[in-house]
Design a protein around this ligand. Structure first.
Ligand SMILES: [Zn+2]
Length: 178
């Protein structure tokens, strides 16, 4: 078990280890990267299950800059099956970029996707995609750089937002405009 005095994130990392962390996402010494590891484990095992299994009673904070509700379907239907891996990557990118990441679209249910004119095979429906507001050209530049650095390679650049996704059913290394 973790030593007293460690932060929540450090305790989790001590318990669950780094095995599933992506080495491409930087050093594992900081809280940001540690959060990333926790989230990646959560992709395959529910955090509640992990907590029960290991007797953890603390509330686990997964992300430094985001809460899950930011990624829920905007129609209010409650769909919130956003990929934890996606948000882990965003959390690291957000720290690097040093500029606000306002999520304008995350998960979309089928009907909301139709309502906003999304593609029929939209990655938003599967919970693999986000659109992030870009208030100005300098922010856009910082965001693109940071998003690339954490490994996003599917990116759409619009006048007012950037779309990134990690849709496993789509091609890598694609950048498009709207
Ligand atoms: Zn919906």
């Amino acid at each position: 078990m973790a030593k007293p005095g460690l932060s929540e994130t450090e305790k989790i990392v001590t318990i669950f280890g780094f095995l599933k962390c992506s080495p491409s996402l930087g050093s594992l010494s900081g809280n940001g990267s540690a959060s990333l590891c926790v989230g990646q484990l959560a992709e395959t095992i529910e955090l509640s299950e992990l907590k029960a299994k290991h007797g953890l009673s603390m509330n686990i904070k997964i992300w430094d800059f985001f809460v899950k509700s930011e990624f829920a379907c905007k129609c209010g239907c409650g769909s919130d099956h956003i990929s934890n891996t996606l948000v882990n990557m965003l959390d690291v990118a957000r720290r690097t970029a040093g500029t606000s990441f306002r999520i304008t679209s995350g998960v979309r249910c089928e009907s909301h996707n139709d309502a906003v004119g999304g593609a029929s095979n939209s990655s938003h429906v599967g919970g693999w995609a986000v659109d992030i507001s870009t208030p100005d050209s300098r922010s856009r530049s910082k965001m693109i750089k940071a998003l690339r650095e954490v490994g996003f390679n599917r990116m759409g650049i619009a006048d007012t937002f950037i779309h990134v996704d990690i849709d496993p059913d789509k091609s890598d290394d694609v950048t498009w405009t709207y």
